[in-house]
Write a new protein. Structure first.
Length: 271
């Protein structure tokens, strides 16, 4: 299946549509709606549902050849979309719903397109800051239309900021990080998609998350990769996998730094 977004007009249409819908469906509800608990204990707001509905309509009207895998779809629909021969959109209507529901302005919309198991584009939009991170396969990464690249010179771990999600790590590794922190400072923001993008923009050099779904990381993974970053799973396999199940992820600004970071994690995950 040919990627229609090699064409700049279609690419601009996609970006414009997504940002406009996010402003209408998400920001109009920020600090104005409550939430409910889903079966897995995560939060769901009216804005999640409205954003997914509006984006689904927009995508189907303009590119009906692609299926849609949305976070708020049921598992059977998600798997059918992932198996679609023509390819599928991977949508997280609000990544960082806990932040959104609690009035914390750090959340995003994440959209990727997968064709034959390969991610060909990624968009992550932060509507509170009006920051749009974007990438097309082999064409670099951008923030609001300006090229972004990660640092390629080798830092020591002690010079780095680590973007670390402790909640989903094994106790042994989380304790080692807390007591023997190898980095200069640590942050945890609450939106996986934006974590990947902030890494791509140089707002952190090390990353660790123990459990994220395809819709959480797909777009951000491509954006970091196109910016020059590197990633790997805790088990040494590629982070990107064509499956619904959750994945752990380690990432860094460049491949050399990733090796150093992964070595430290492996040593302290075995003690």
């Amino acid at each position: 299946m040919q990627n229609p977004f090699i064409d700049n007009q279609a690419w601009l249409q996609l970006q414009t549509g997504m940002t406009q819908i996010a402003q209408q469906e998400i920001m109009s509800r920020f600090n104005k709606v409550g939430y409910e608990l889903k079966a897995d204990g995560s939060l769901l707001t009216e804005a999640d549902t409205a954003m997914q509905t509006a984006m689904t309509r927009f995508l189907q009207q303009n590119w009906p050849q692609f299926a849609l895998l949305g976070e708020e779809s049921d598992k059977q629909e998600q798997q059918a979309a992932l198996d679609a021969e023509q390819g599928c959109w991977i949508l997280d209507p609000i990544d960082g719903t806990t932040n959104f529901a609690n009035g914390i302005a750090f959340f995003s919309v994440s959209l990727a397109l997968m064709i034959k198991g390969e991610l060909v584009l990624g968009l992550v939009y932060d509507p509170a800051k009006n920051e749009l991170f974007s990438a097309r396969l082999g064409m670099g990464a951008y923030l609001n239309g300006q090229s972004i690249k990660t640092e390629q010179h080798l830092r020591s771990l002690k010079e780095c900021v680590g973007v670390i999600d402790f909640k989903r790590l094994d106790d042994m590794l989380a304790t080692a990080l807390a007591i023997q922190a190898p980095y200069a400072s640590q942050r945890s923001f609450g939106s996986v998609a934006l974590d990947w993008c902030w890494m791509a923009a140089g707002r952190g050099q090390l990353y660790l998350h123990g459990n994220q779904s395809l819709w959480d990381y797909a777009a951000g993974w491509l954006i970091l990769n196109e910016a020059g970053g590197a990633s790997i799973s805790l088990d040494g396999q590629p982070v990107l996998a064509k499956k619904i199940g959750k994945r752990p992820a380690i990432a860094a600004s460049n491949a050399s730094l990733l090796t150093t970071w992964k070595d430290w994690i492996d040593r302290h995950n075995e003690d």
